[in-house]
Design a protein around this ligand. Structure first.
Ligand code: ACO
Length: 353
């Protein structure tokens, strides 16, 4: 098995690794530890270990980037939706993803990070986003399968994050999960419609399921034994379940849905295990996940290029907004990476003191 702690797989937020030093005072450490033990929320002004702050910025930024990059695979189909109704649904869904990215960047800002700086780290390939968005969408059935499997996996992963210990992240997750539920339902309904159609439509659905099943399982991250961050994130109650626990929950939830739909999940080892009360299933290709995370997936270059172009195209809007803000309040001088907030992002993520 390949270690996910290798240099190739790490982003420059790797400094956010387990580290409980840096809290301002012994009393602050005690308050933080007590709040975690009592299952209370940590709020932006509360004392927190620097390792906790860096881990939160790392996870929230990666999550935000995933939402924004995640607009691309399905966005490609907006102009090719088969009916006005499907187009309206898809437009709404892709816009929702943009909104999720914005809530999450706002949550990262409560920790002292700078949104422009996080975006720059993404487009320079220094911060990660979900592996799942580096696969191509080949037919309209992919839109349905992304809704069903990818958003279904996102719900499994993110509903427990509504109880995550960091308040602004947990609260953002509540609305995100409600919207993801709509995304999942629209995907499943689209697939149901296609499965009731002609044989060519049913084949498109099965083909899309065959291509997206394994990458969907990879969304949950490496196996627990190979996950460098899980133990500390569980101790800090950022994560409420391990990667493997959530992957199992997703498989158990999805198998009956696949049966109702009439598709076959492409795993010869998938079967009910009465003793465990769960489905047994095969292992994804973990080397593939490592490659995709490291930038070598089928669509990584295109996804980042388009994100970079969008950032450049939007520069004039940000400049105009910054000029307006500066005119109304002299204290707000810049939204660029050279701002004090950007310097503080670097210090949070890289442990610069
Ligand atoms: N794609 C890209 N990177 C991944 C993936 C993946 N599927 N799985 C794990 N990684 C990265 C981790 O970010 C971590 O990188 P880093 O330490 O350099 O920052 C490294 O691989 C090792 O993984 P873990 O130790 O398991 O990392 P972590 O404890 O952060 O768990 C997980 C990863 C489960 C993705 C967690 O960060 C999480 O729950 N994030 C919030 C949900 C999210 O980001 N979802 C994105 C897709 S959902 C959507 O619809 C947009």
């Amino acid at each position: 098995m390949t270690s996910f702690d290798s240099a190739a797989a790490r982003s420059d937020t790797g400094a956010a690794r387990i580290d409980s030093v840096g809290t301002r005072s012994d009393a602050g450490v005690a308050r933080f530890d007590e709040a975690i033990a009592r299952d209370q929320r940590i709020e932006p002004a509360d004392d927190m270990p620097e390792g906790y702050r860096r881990t939160m910025v790392r996870q929230i930024a990666q999550h935000a980037h995933s939402e924004i990059i995640g607009m691309q695979p399905e966005g490609d189909w907006i102009t090719r939706a088969p009916t006005l109704r499907r187009k309206a649904i898809l437009l709404a869904k892709v816009q929702d993803e943009a909104g999720h990215g914005l809530y999450l960047y706002s949550a990262a800002e409560t920790l002292g990070a700078d949104r422009g700086d996080l975006t720059r780290r993404l487009i320079e390939g220094r911060q990660k986003y979900s592996s799942i968005f580096n696969y191509p969408t080949r037919s309209f059935a992919d839109v349905g399968v992304i809704g069903w499997l990818v958003d279904g996996a996102a719900i499994c992963n993110q509903v427990p994050l509504c109880r995550s210990s960091y308040g602004p992240y947990a609260r953002a997750m509540i609305r995100i999960c409600k919207e993801e539920s709509f995304h999942q339902r629209q995907g499943y309904e689209l697939l149901m419609t296609m499965m009731r159609g002609i044989p060519a439509q049913r084949e498109m659905v099965q083909d899309a399921v065959d291509r997206w099943w394994w990458p969907s399982l990879m969304m949950f991250g490496p196996p627990d034994a190979d996950s460098p961050n899980t133990a500390q994130s569980m101790a800090w109650k950022i994560k409420r379940h391990t990667n493997d626990e959530l992957r199992q929950r997703f498989v158990d939830m999805t198998v009956p849905q696949a049966e109702a739909l009439g598709v076959t999940l492409p795993d010869p080892d998938l079967r009910w295990n009465a003793e465990r009360g769960h489905h047994d299933f095969g292992q994804p290709d973990w080397d593939e996940l490592r490659r995709v995370i490291s930038g070598d997936g089928p669509m990584n270059a295109q996804r980042l290029r388009r994100r970079r172009e969008a950032d450049e195209d939007g520069a004039w809007v940000r400049e105009a907004a910054a000029a307006h803000a500066a005119a109304s309040s002299p204290a707000v001088s810049s939204t660029s990476g050279s701002s004090p907030a950007a310097a503080s992002t670097a210090s949070i993520l890289e442990g610069e003191r």
